[in-house]
Design a protein around this ligand. Sequence first.
Ligand SMILES: Nc1ncnc2c1ncn2[C@@H]1O[C@H](COP(=O)(O)OP(=O)(O)OP(=O)(O)O)[C@@H](O)[C@H]1O
Length: 234
Amino acid sequence: MSDVSLRHVSKSFAAGDGQVQVLHDVSTDIRLGELTMLVGPSGCGKTTLISILSGILSASAGEIELLGHSLTQMNDRKKVMFRRKNIGFIFQQYNLLPALTAAENAGMPLMASGLSMQKASQRACELLDAVGMSDHVNKLPRQLSGGQQQRVAIARALVHSPRLIVCDEPTAALDAASGKGVMDILRQIASTPERGVIVVTHDNRIYSHADRILEMSDGRLIGDHAPDAFIHKE
Ligand SMILES: Nc1ncnc2c1ncn2[C@@H]1O[C@H](COP(=O)(O)OP(=O)(O)OP(=O)(O)O)[C@@H](O)[C@H]1O
């Protein structure tokens, strides 16, 4: 059994009087212990695919299994619970709450599941320390650089110890050095066998951080590459 399995996944959206199909018969397996990148031109369906594999969107057809559970058979409430426990999300925009400190922001998922502010902040500080932010725990987002804010977002994504980290363009808003710093952290997370990281990206500066690159075009998976081979092909 694979850690993430997609079988014959298709997705259509309503458009005008008809439907537009944005994913066509996508099948692949994604493993924990690896950093998998999903690359391809704008509009080819990358965000739609990670939204389906993390249970945010439902597929129009096909089967999705995640960590031994069939997402296809879960109702919406179960999907929310499953996601909260097992998946951490990191986006291009860091989505930090401006009135909360770094520690409070990073602790938010724990507070949302009922932990006290004090306990949540304590665990958040451990994670902030791990991403090199121990000197900034009491700062507000506006007092942090883009790269530092993304580190807070990484700490927030990890604070509930999810097994899968799903990232949509995590380095798009960052300069090269900050982007590399963020990818080094994600790479380290994916080097533990019980954790997997999936990164959607356009950013060819970071391809070398992948263990594996899945290439999409026009709603289809068209390649499964080792990063070296893909970088030389580009
Ligand atoms: N809710 C929706 N309703 C209708 N069409 C949608 C919806 N969401 C996405 N699409 C369409 O599906 C296609 C794939 O979009 P998606 O965001 O998955 O692409 P992407 O590869 O992530 O693009 P980008 O790299 O620009 O973010 C696009 O043509 C988009 O317009």
